[in-house]
Design a binder for this molecule. Structure first.
Ligand code: BDP
Length: 682
């Protein structure tokens, strides 16, 4: 098994009795019409049932009075239909299995849900099963470039073969669409937020249109990241000032051109005045001016602007944590109704653990969307096994207390708290041209989990892991349990050897090799010492009133949880406090001993992961088993590298011995420093 089929595996169900029982309910697949999207649903079901039941089930176009099959019914006007919207579906069983939805895409989602039901071995008597997505725009963001590379991609090059498009359309685009539709993703931004203006040339619009033609009948719309000064770069104008009439006209004309090629184009994603990318501030204008100009260009169409709030100025005295809140909250209420402000889950940058961004809830008049990172830029690339659903859930379930208790981040982004109807979520994709899509086979689960949570954020990390394992790896109960358990623990293990107790950003430039000693970089806030603030007294970033006071950006109830170092939960401690080395923590250990305990047990836990994985061997395809076994071995070596780097470096400040029973590293600080230097060589 090369992993190409992802969770859409459809291998024959081994239990004959079960197979026969299912087969009785699948004697035909009837469709209410033959639209491309409904036919895709019917064919998907046909292919799935062929595999799972070993039976060829005919597709018919007239249900008549027949029973014993499935009826895929696109039908507007059923009772309660309004609440199901464009994408929700109802499923029931009486004589036939009925999948009913207002639109074909709802039927498609219901069909994948039915297949999942069978793939995870559930009884058909457990239907009905109705579902409505909680968030309207559920997107992947690809950070893909024209030259075929992916920024922060660890699974090969881009999936989009730009040189061949639009004339040659790789069949893989179709499989990409199927996989996404199966988990409810309905949009894809095909290019990097650090965008090339080329994507707005006619040449590239035609290429993107060819992708859109494949994705459309799986309910997926394409979006583009735009380079803000494009009117200058490719339009020949002298300015890109968003208030300049010629610039506005350029965008209006460009948008018209795009819609001519892609009638269901989704809209624009913008990174502006961020990490050196140009933007409206270059002309003395605001983010709102820039976003509203694009909204105006999109006004005649059903497209949106996703304007990113990932901003921070290169000011060594400022706390980067506070930047987005400071720049964006004054703009609340100033954005056009077609604009969503896209906010990363945490205030810094996709760290293995961050507190939720204080922007959530603090812009009640502006729809905010969530940006998660699926690709493992800060969680060990393609070697470390980190199941990310717990990262996503932790943020979504955080309580902002904006409108009192229960004002969770999820209730902000699903629109229920501030009554937004325009709601969105984005995941920075981890897909690439590797045969198995994600490099590490276990990282497929992160793509899967993101999609499932985008559809329904109330699902638990465990439930998602469980279904993914059954669909992708094995249905053998003991192995399912072991792997699910490994997945659920994997993120905490990574945090323990990488950035425990609220440490963050200890990497060198490529965001992989440990470099907590890093003092110099192109910007002060791109060094490691900026974040951990180790000194002879202690460790951590004081963000209370005696420090940067970033905590003041949260509601008093949230501040209360975090602003007292005695009661601040350990996972967040060093995010908000500079703690003395010898300070006794709630765990009963001193800070230094707690750090050592985390680094050592974290690295040791990877050994445990290896042992657990070894036990599931009989239940797993040999190719996938060997692949993961290899990656875990590398992870173990690297976890020790992380541990040694941190410990040896911090020890120069703490001046404390490594507590028993832990053995001191068998290398020196210079040794690990040299390793990191070598890692950075080209
Ligand atoms: C950082 C990445 C960088 C991205 C940036 C962003 O290192 O490659 O361009 O985020 O999200 O984490 O804009």
């Amino acid at each position: 098994d090369d992993g190409y089929r992802l969770w859409l595996k459809y291998d024959l169900i081994k239990d004959v009795a079960k197979r026969e029982e299912y087969a009785r309910s699948f004697q035909f697949i009837a469709v209410s019409n033959q639209s491309p999207i409904l036919m895709n649903a019917a064919q998907e079901l046909q292919v799935g049932l062929q595999g799972l039941l070993g039976k060829s089930v005919p597709i018919i176009t007239d249900l008549g009075k027949k029973t014993g099959g499935v009826y895929l019914n696109e039908h507007q006007g059923f009772s309660n239909h309004i609440k199901y919207g464009d994408e929700g579906y109802m499923m029931s069983k009486s004589g036939n299995i009925f999948i009913l939805a207002n639109k074909g895409v709802g039927v498609l989602y219901g069909t994948f849900a039915l297949l999942r039901h069978i793939q995870t071995g559930q009884l058909l008597t457990k239907l009905p099963y109705n579902s409505i997505p909680k968030i309207r725009y559920r997107l992947l963001n690809h950070w893909d470039n024209t030259n075929g590379t992916i920024e922060r991609g660890y699974a090969g090059g881009t999936l989009w073969k730009w040189y061949e498009l639009p004339a040659t359309v790789d069949p893989r685009y179709h499989d990409y669409a199927r996989a996404n539709a199966s988990i409810g993703i309905n949009g894809t931004v095909v290019n990097n937020v650090n965008a090339s203006a080329r994507f707005l040339t006619d040449e590239y619009i035609q290429k993107v249109a060819a992708l859109a033609n494949v994705f459309r009948d799986y309910g997926i719309r394409v979006y583009l990241s735009v380079y803000f000064p494009a009117p200058k770069t490719i339009g020949g104008l002298k300015t890109a000032d968003p208030l300049d009439p010629d610039v506005r006209k350029w965008w209006t004309d460009k948008t018209k051109e795009i819609y001519k090629a892609i009638p269901d184009f989704g809209g624009f994603l913008v990174k502006a005045n961020s990490e050196g990318e140009p933007g409206p501030q270059d002309y003395g204008r605001t983010h709102a001016d820039g976003a509203n100009m694009l909204a105006e260009a999109l006004a005649p169409y059903d497209g949106i602007v996703m304007w990113r709030a990932f901003v921070y100025k290169a000011d060594p005295k400022a706390d980067r944590f506070k930047a987005a809140h400071e720049e964006f909250t004054p703009l609340d209420g100033k954005f056009d109704k077609k604009v969503i402000v896209q906010v990363k889950n945490g205030p810094i940058d996709f760290q293995p653990r961050e507190p939720f961004s204080p922007l959530f809830g603090n812009m009640p008049k502006t729809p905010l969307s969530m940006e998660f990172q699926i690709t493992q830029e800060y969680t060990g690339f393609a070697t470390h096994w980190v199941y990310e659903a717990p990262i996503f859930k932790e943020c979504l379930e955080s309580d902002t207390y904006i409108n009192g208790k229960g004002s969770t981040v999820a209730s902000v982004i699903d629109g229920s708290l501030h009554k937004y109807t325009m709601t969105a979520i984005a995941g920075v994709a981890n897909t690439g041209s590797d045969r198995n899509w994600t490099g590490n086979p276990m990282a497929q689960a992160n793509w899967y989990a993101y999609g499932r949570l985008a559809w329904d954020h109330t699902l638990s990390s465990e439930a998602i892991a469980n279904e993914w394992v059954k669909m992708t790896l094995t249905s053998e109960p003991k192995a399912v349990k072991t792997i699910t358990d490994l997945m659920l623990k994997s993120r905490e293990i990574y945090v323990d050897y990488n950035t425990p107790i609220g440490l963050s950003r200890p990497w060198s430039g490529v965001h992989f090799a440990p470099e907590p000693w890093q003092e110099k970089s192109a910007r002060p806030d791109w060094t490691a010492i900026y974040y951990h603030r180790a000194d002879s007294i202690g460790l951590g970033f004081d963000r209370t009133a005696t420090g940067s006071d970033a905590l003041a950006q949260y509601r008093p109830e949230v501040q209360k949880q975090w602003n007292n170092p005695e009661t601040c939960p350990l996972p967040y401690l060093l995010w908000f406090h500079h703690v003395p080395w010898t300070k006794k923590l709630s765990s009963g250990r001193t800070l230094w001993n707690e750090l050592c305990t985390r680094f050592y047990t974290g690295a040791d836990s990877v050994k445990w992961m290896q042992q657990q994985w070894a036990q599931v061997k009989p239940a797993i395809d040999p190719e996938i088993f060997a692949d993961v076994t290899g990656r875990l071995a590398t992870q173990h070596t690297e976890a020790i590298w992380w541990r040694d780097s941190w410990i040896l470096y911090l020890q120069t400040y703490s001046k404390q011995p490594i507590p028993a029973p832990f053995q001191k590293p068998d290398r020196t600080l210079d040794d690990v420093k040299r390793l990191s230097e070598i890692y950075k060589l080209r």
